[in-house]
Design a binder for this molecule. Structure first.
Ligand SMILES: [Fe+2]
Length: 133
């Protein structure tokens, strides 16, 4: 199963946010590894639940900083978070209903779900926050 490794290209130059992102990557890797090792379904679902709740918590963290520093793209960014949470919860539900480990394709969807937003909206936000903070 593909493992996501942290590197400088993922850094948005805001250390406290980078720290959250590293944690999310770690959970993603743990999920992939658990699927590969055919761990019990309840364990796999627990990791997925942790990934989704940490993501929700992390989005609040970003939104709090964007509000504090008057980030101009806040509303658009918040809307993207809401969309990501809806898609993440749908995947979580899908996994639960299937009662089977995530497929390679589902892991790939989740990978894009995780990194696409960091490389896009979070980079733009980081550029401004890093200056303001
Ligand atoms: Fe974000």
């Amino acid at each position: 199963m593909k493992e996501l490794l942290w590197d400088k290209t993922l850094s948005i130059d805001v250390p406290e946010i980078d720290q959250d992102h590293r944690r999310l990557l770690e959970l993603f890797n743990r999920l992939g590894q658990a699927a590969e090792d055919a761990e019990p379904q309840a364990y796999i679902e627990a990791i997925m639940d942790e990934l989704i709740s940490c993501t929700g918590w992390h989005f609040q963290h970003e939104e709090r900083l964007m509000e504090k520093y008057g980030y101009h793209g806040l509303e658009e960014h918040r809307a993207e978070h809401q969309d990501l949470m809806a898609r993440g919860r749908a995947l979580q539900q899908q996994l639960r209903q299937a009662g089977a480990p995530p497929s390679v394709q589902e892991i790939a969807v989740l990978e894009h779900w995780l990194t696409g937003h960091i490389y896009g909206a979070d980079m733009a936000m980081g550029a401004q926050l890093a200056e303001a903070m």
